[in-house]
Design a binder for this molecule. Structure first.
Ligand SMILES: [Zn+2]
Length: 266
């Protein structure tokens, strides 16, 4: 497969392999080093099985799907998204990947995982502009749309609903479910009622190595959207999230009291 990042429509690609999607996805999940916690909205407790209710022949008509991958930073959300996208490509389906143009740490024309896997993508400020920028004809031929860093898209709900319900496409969404204060981040949780499956991934606690479900901000900045990597954030377990927040708050109070003291001498 050759990958050419420009122009936008070149991000539309398709392979004719006849490999089995179900086994590909199972392999993807089983080969993933961090075991995902799976919450299924259907009676089955394995989200991939929800695909079995759709036949391949009906996909191009009206059987859209929405799959959501959430978790803290460093949990492998982008890696999981790309593995699923690669499985779709292997199954002969046409895909496109969208990410936010707010996060330019790895360049705007590709999605890169922490372990270096790279696929071309469209970097946008909002999802509603995708169809026009990608091209209407190219859009109509798409089977699957992957969305990375979904917490940055305010129009996530409407986009996913229209793409899956109206246009019959599969949407695979990866994003942070919570911010550094464990509050709902953007619209990611809003699309869960729309979803076929939800997968919550965990990372490894940077302090004790246990499963980490939360992202601790190590610095004192307080805005919700602060783009950064391991220099700013670390994945932590519940115990170390709580103790880490206490430490960050204590450090902040010390810094603020120093500012007051400095001010009083002026
Ligand atoms: Zn820990």
């Amino acid at each position: 497969m050759s990958i050419n990042p420009t122009p936008l429509s070149s991000n539309f690609f398709s392979l004719a392999s006849k490999s089995n999607l179900f086994s590909n996805l199972q392999n993807t999940i089983s080969s993933f080093p961090l075991k995902p916690t799976v919450i299924s909205l259907k009676p089955s407790n394995f989200p991939i099985q929800t695909r079995c209710v759709h036949s391949n022949s009906s996909r191009s008509s009206s059987s859209g799907e929405i799959h959501v991958i959430v978790g803290p930073m460093f949990a492998g959300k982008t890696t999981t998204l790309l593995h699923r996208v690669q499985a779709e490509i292997s199954d002969g389906r046409s895909i496109a990947i969208i990410k936010s143009n707010k996060d330019n740490r790895y360049g705007l024309d590709s999605v890169v995982t922490h372990d270096g896997v790279k696929l071309p993508c469209c970097a946008l400020s909002n999802l509603s502009s995708f169809r026009q920028k990608f091209g209407h004809d190219a859009y109509d031929k798409l089977d699957v749309i992957g969305i990375d860093e979904a917490q940055f898209f305010e129009d996530l709900y409407d986009f996913c609903r229209e793409v899956a319900d109206r246009d019959g496409k599969t949407v695979i969404v990866a994003g942070l479910d919570g911010d550094y204060l464990r509050r709902s981040f953007g619209s990611v949780l809003d699309i869960i009622p729309l979803a076929d499956s939800v997968t919550k991934l965990s990372a490894r606690c940077e302090i004790c190595g246990k499963r980490a479900f939360f992202t601790l901000r190590k610095t004192e900045e307080t805005q919700t959207e602060l783009i950064g990597g391991a220099d700013v954030y670390m994945p932590v377990c519940r115990q170390h999230y709580v103790s880490g927040q206490v430490a960050v708050e204590a450090a902040k109070m010390v810094l603020e009291s120093q500012k007051v003291q400095c001010g009083s001498f002026v």
